[in-house]
Design a protein. Structure first.
Length: 698
């Protein structure tokens, strides 16, 4: 990563190493080539990985080059001078050094990344569509060209069978020439061997190409999904998102299968028509007259097919969403003994899904049956007309058989071309669904060319903020204005639905206020990069998600290169070190899926340690102890004084005893703060806080 930054600066592009490390969660391990290529592209560079580099290639190439060394690390090779090579090496604090050519030759691995400055940065991201796919396909044009070439050769070899058959009937059988028959047999065997060999090579190349494209497309899709705004995730169910991601496979299959072979089929149609024209122009004209009927059938079926595909996708998404939701809530299903209800609901959903599949299959079956009938009528018509020409003496029997075989080969690409319209309709549906993810509202990404902003002090200011989740819904936050000085601990309390958690989400810029501004240290959060902002805000929720892996991996998930000592300090501050020390594998202990191998209190302390590891300026506890028993809650609350030291603490709660230790308490009701002060002051006022306090104490 350092070497890439040096090379970018050499080309006149400001590259901030701190931003790059944060954006790509850099660890001490060497970066992969794919990650370096992605970072280079985000910096506005053209980047291409190369292998088999020799010193002669390097010397005659363009600079700078990221040269991979034999130990897996990289150096920035900036220029070749008369007295050596100008390099910039992270191991020498980024100093520009002149190294002997012989030394570079010793340590180079033969791999590298060629870099060049783009003529102009693209201001707006390209909309998802065919042009977006075409840009990806351009990377693999060599591989696709090889597949097309092999396909062309295979179909040309396919023309040898009709020619052999014609020669056997018209010459071998007529002249009873066994020698010619033997030669033709050898030729046919060789042709078949070549066809099988080339078919195998084509399949291998296409599989390799598809695997590469699946990796790139899957990565691009997941990147876009991860950078979607929080509002986008609120708009769709989990099943919707998973179903949309699955549609990328259909698109890839269309682009590398149906679309690719559709172009080839079009070429083959013209090749076969030329061959048929050579045999018999009149029969060729007759064959061409029948072909539009195949196309007409599929044009009629296309809109029906499109509607049914849309319905099938919707049913699949509903089905998938229900399964995911049921699995996630299986504890509730079991505890309420409602298995029968969920089974019946699933059976209803699966029946509707299967019905939609059946509708699509029926449409395809009817269209296929008509195509099959037309194909047989087409063959009979050619056979009848050809027989007439044979009897008239204008066509030999061998030529008729050869023509019939080519005509049979012609009809297959014609049928496939006519069926492409169905596949195209399916691809259109997939394109729309995937486009929802690819073109959805994105959060700002870290700008790798900008310097880092100063660390937040922790000041929070709301200026007449109003917010609602839905345009037609009631406001959740109403004209909210208040300020919190850095370093204070403030309790945010109120009854359920008063807007407490929404306030925390606005601070993290998960949502944008409809009116007003949210300021941190005087800076509008909507103008800050969300990733930079959230790395300075630690959040502990009522239910925190732990990922499959060890305790240490979960604690340092936001700081992958954190040292073990830092993890231990954060765990100790959160009060988690005691129970971790008692576990057989300590920090390497597996937490299980969603942390199910740990108790609720243990999960909560790990979540607190995770939030503390980044040393946040602002720490938000959003109902963090409401799901804990009294003893565990008391243990967590004992850690608050140490946790809050040197940072702004927001304690969002509905149980008032958890905020008594705060410097100030704000009481929210219907999206507004109706009173504020210390616990003692609010009790003396005998307002809404006092009423809620008395309810809980009784």
């Amino acid at each position: 990563m350092y070497s890439l930054a040096y090379a970018a600066r050499y080309l006149g592009i400001s590259a901030e190493i701190g931003q790059m490390k944060r954006s790509y969660s850099v660890t001490d391990a060497p970066l992969t080539t794919a990650l370096l290529l992605r970072a280079a592209q985000e910096l506005g560079l053209k980047a291409r990985s190369v292998s088999g580099l020799t010193w002669a290639n390097v010397r005659s190439g363009t600079f700078p080059i990221l040269l991979r060394l034999s130990d897996g690390s990289y150096i920035a090779l900036l220029a070749v001078l008369d007295n050596g090579v100008l390099v910039q090496d992270p191991q020498h604090d980024g100093q520009q050094l002149v190294v002997k050519v012989s030394r570079v030759q010793e340590i180079m691995s033969g791999e590298g990344i060629l870099l060049a400055k783009r003529a102009k940065m693209q201001e707006q991201p390209k909309k998802f569509g065919i042009s977006w796919f075409w840009e990806i396909l351009q990377r693999y044009r060599k591989g696709m060209g090889n597949v097309c070439l092999l396909s062309l050769l295979l179909n040309l070899l396919g023309l040898t069978a009709p020619i052999f058959m014609q020669v056997i009937i018209d010459r071998v059988l007529v002249h009873r020439s066994l020698d010619t028959l033997d030669v033709l047999l050898v030729g046919m065997v060789l042709s078949l061997i070549f066809q099988q060999a080339m078919g195998g090579v084509r399949t291998y190349l296409l599989s390799h190409l598809v695997n590469q494209m699946d990796t790139v497309l899957g990565s691009r899709l997941f990147q876009n999904m991860a950078h979607l705004s929080r509002a986008s995730f609120d708009r769709w169910t989990v099943g919707d998102i998973v179903a949309r991601m699955g549609e990328m496979e259909n698109l890839r299959a269309f682009m590398t299968g149906s679309a690719l072979y559709g172009v080839l089929d079009l070429v083959f149609v013209f090749i076969y028509l030329i061959a048929m024209q050579v045999y018999s122009p009149l029969l060729c004209v007759a064959a061409v007259c029948v072909l539009p009927f195949f196309i007409l059938v599929n044009l009629i079926a296309a809109p029906i097919f499109h509607r049914q595909m849309n319905r099938q996708f919707q049913r699949a998404a509903e089905n998938q969403a229900f399964v995911i939701e049921t699995i996630r809530g299986i504890g509730t299903v079991k505890s309420t003994a409602t298995e029968r209800f969920f089974i019946e609901r699933y059976e209803d959903l699966i029946a509707r899904y299967v019905a939609s599949i059946f509708s699509v299959a029926q449409t395809a079956n009817i269209a296929g049956s008509i195509n099959f009938l037309l194909q047989n009528l087409y063959s009979l018509a050619i056979l009848w007309l050809g027989a007439v020409y044979v009897m008239e003496g204008t066509l030999s029997i061998g030529e008729l058989i050869g023509f019939q075989m080519i005509a049979a080969q012609l009809i297959q690409p014609v049928i496939r071309l006519s069926e492409q319209w169905q596949f195209f309709q399916q691809a259109r549906v997939s394109m729309q669904r995937v486009g929802d993810l690819m073109d959805g509202d994105k959060e700002k990404k870290l700008d790798l060319t900008k310097g880092e902003l100063p660390r937040l002090k922790g000041g929070i200011q709301f200026e007449e903020v109003s917010f609602t989740y839905r345009e037609d819904g009631a406001p959740i936050i109403r004209d909210l204005s208040f300020g919190i000085q850095p370093g204070l601990s403030v309790g945010i309390v109120g009854r359920s639905g008063s807007g407490k958690s929404t306030l925390a989400k606005l601070i993290q810029c998960f949502y944008v206020p409809e009116r007003g501004r949210v300021l941190l240290d005087g800076m509008d959060v909507t103008r800050l990069e969300p990733a930079w902002l959230r790395q300075q805000i630690g959040v502990v929720l009522q239910a925190n998600h732990l990922f499959q892996g060890s305790i240490e991996e979960n604690i340092k998930i936001s700081v992958p290169d954190a040292h073990h000592e830092s993890v231990v300090r954060a765990a100790a501050l959160a009060g988690a070190d005691e129970f971790i020390a008692q576990m057989p594998d300590g920090y390497d202990s597996d937490v299980g899926e969603d942390g199910k191998l740990l108790s609720g209190g243990q999960r909560q302390r790990i979540a607190i340690a995770r939030a503390l590891l980044t040393d946040p300026s602002i720490l938000i506890f959003d109902e963090a102890t409401s799901a804990l028993d009294a003893r565990t809650e008391a243990q967590v609350m004992q850690q608050i004084a140490g946790i809050a030291k040197g940072r702004t603490l927001l304690m969002i709660a509905h149980r008032l005893h958890t905020v008594r230790c705060c410097d100030a308490i704000l009481f929210m009701e219907k999206g507004r703060i109706i009173e504020g002060g210390s616990h003692e002051e609010l009790i003396q006022r005998r307002g809404a806080y006092y009423e809620l306090y008395m309810e809980q104490e009784m």
